[in-house]
Design a protein around this ligand. Structure first.
Ligand code: ADP
Ligand code: MG
Length: 484
């Protein structure tokens, strides 16, 4: 368990997250303007996004399906009737003066996410709700010394706000939650989860309480944290800060804070606003959203396999260790890569190669698995050569290195360099005899009990054979020869 050690004892940290996830959809929630990232300023803006009077919102069916899909992926209650409300506030990048959101009646109710933690434990975190809302525009303060510019491309883009229960207890759990939520949405194709492009943003709610205390403490909300690392750093800092305030005899006020990336601290932004500050009311331009049960059923029937199910299948179908399965399913692209490469071959060995050699190489190259210079087919061929004993593990690593830089197939490299492993017992035996004859003194030492020398003989034979001796055979033959 994670506790903050204070002057007066241990404090438990309580965390609830609100995640804003941009829905993958061609157009915005209530307009036909493009929702894609990267257009020039104000190029994707319709009259309704710009808040022109008299324009009527028309709901985008695709966004509703995406929200339902995400809800089902979170094992949540889908509400067949939900209501769009206006959340009123004034800001330059919100031309209509209100954001269309859902308040009392969200499209998705209670659900859950299960987290796999480092220590192998599983933790289930409650989802309170998921609702649909419009994003606001963007104020650009850094384009000119005197002026602020407004870009409305983002205004009206569909967001899902996903609110968790205050169930998390450590930075690790919060990080695991964001990762898992992102993985689920990526598997579903409902949000790309790119935090650095702002398509997933996170508000961290945090309070502390003395270990053993039941009641929740006063919370602060840290707005718009845009990476998992920052979520975790903000939690560490804020928990410590709250403990110090309370132990110093101070009182916490419920407030909204900012994470200052440069200084690594949270700073007060404004005192916490309440729902009534926004004067929510049902948007008179929109009817309640009523879904057909059959639509939900259809989406449910077509849901893809999600990370938890895939992990379990990898364990039962391929006999993978739970940890390896977990690592492979964390990103859908990795899971797909593994399955393609493992098809019809040695799945455990393939899993090993993906999680160690391939990950290591990609890490060094700074590439994602989609950009891997070694394709699924190429890895499959390499693992096949280990399985059929053409290559030892040692030689395979050299071949793999070569593949990374030359883009050649394993077979081509083996052919070219004459790397074929020697599995001819006669040939190995011949070298063993030579090595033992040349080291008669060591053989005598070995026979009188110096077992460690076995490795020395193996090394000498390997060296003499340019690393190409089949290691299993070499071991067997050597044992026989030495009579032990
Ligand atoms: P609001 O609408 O004002 O943001 P909510 O009740 O919807 O308030 O809660 C927002 C988030 O704060 C949720 O994720 C919830 O789990 C979390 N939360 C509520 N109370 C606490 C608390 N005492 N400590 C930590 N997190 C909390
Ligand atoms: Mg909130």
């Amino acid at each position: 368990m994670y506790y903050v050690q204070g002057q007066t004892g241990e404090w438990e940290v309580v965390i609830g997250l609100e995640v804003h996830a941009q829905i993958i959809s061609d157009s915005k929630l209530f307009s036909g303007a493009s929702a894609s990232f990267g257009a020039g300023p104000n190029e994707s803006v319709s009259f309704i996004d710009a808040g022109f009077p008299g324009m009527l919102p028309v709901i985008n069916e695709k966004c509703i399906e995406q929200a339902v899909k995400t809800g089902l992926g979170l094992k949540a209650q889908i509400n067949l009737r939900s209501v769009f409300d206006r959340k009123n506030y004034f800001y330059a990048d919100l031309p209509s003066g209100y954001q269309i959101s859902q308040f009392k009646h969200p499209i998705v109710g209670k659900g859950e996410i299960s987290l796999d933690l480092e220590n192998g434990e599983t933790r289930v975190i409650g989802i309170t709700r998921l609702h649909l809302e419009q994003d606001a525009g963007k104020s650009l303060h850094d384009q000119s010394a005197d002026d602020t510019f407004i870009d409305l491309n983002r205004a009206g883009v569909a967001l899902m706000e996903i609110v968790s229960e205050p169930d998390m207890r450590s930075p690790e759990e919060a990080g695991a939650y964001v990762k898992k939520l992102r993985a689920i949405m990526r598997y579903l194709g409902t949000c790309d989860g790119n935090m650095d492009e702002g398509s997933m943003r996170c508000d961290v709610n945090l309070s502390v309480r003395k270990r053993g205390v039941k009641e929740l403490g006063t919370r602060c909300e840290i707005k718009n944290v845009n990476s998992i690392k920052f979520v975790q750093q903000a939690i560490e800092y804020e928990a410590q800060r709250q403990v110090e305030v309370l132990e110093g005899g101070g009182k916490l006020v419920q407030e909204t804070r900012l994470w200052d990336t440069g200084k690594g601290v949270t700073r007060s932004m404004r005192s916490k606003e309440n729902a009534h500050d926004y004067r929510y009311f049902p948007d008179p331009d929109l009817l309640p959203l009523v879904l057909e049960a059959s639509m939900v059923e259809k989406i449910k029937a077509e849901l893809p396999e999600l990370p938890d199910e895939k992990k379990n299948r990898f364990i039962t179908e391929y006999g993978l260790k739970p940890y390896d399965a977990l690592v492979l399913v964390a990103e859908k692209a990795t899971a797909d890569f593994f399955e393609k490469a493992a098809k019809g071959g040695d799945a455990k060995l393939t899993a090993n190669w993906v999680t160690t050699e391939l990950f290591g190489a990609l890490n060094k190259l700074g590439k994602s698995i989609e950009e891997s210079p070694v394709s699924e087919e190429m890895l499959k061929e390499l693992v096949g050569l280990i399985s059929d004993r053409t290559l030892s593990g040692r030689l395979a690593k050299d071949v793999f290195e070569d593949m990374l830089s030359s883009n050649k197939t394993a077979k081509a490299i083996v052919e070219e360099k004459g790397l074929k492993q020697v599995s001819d017992s006669g040939a190995i035996e011949k070298i063993i005899d030579e090595v033992l004859a040349a080291n008669a003194d060591k053989v005598a030492e070995y026979k009188s009990g110096k077992d460690k020398l076995f490795g020395f003989f193996v090394g000498q034979v390997m060296k003499a054979m340019g690393g190409k001796a089949n290691p299993t055979m070499l071991n067997e033959l050597l044992k026989n020869k030495l009579g032990k």
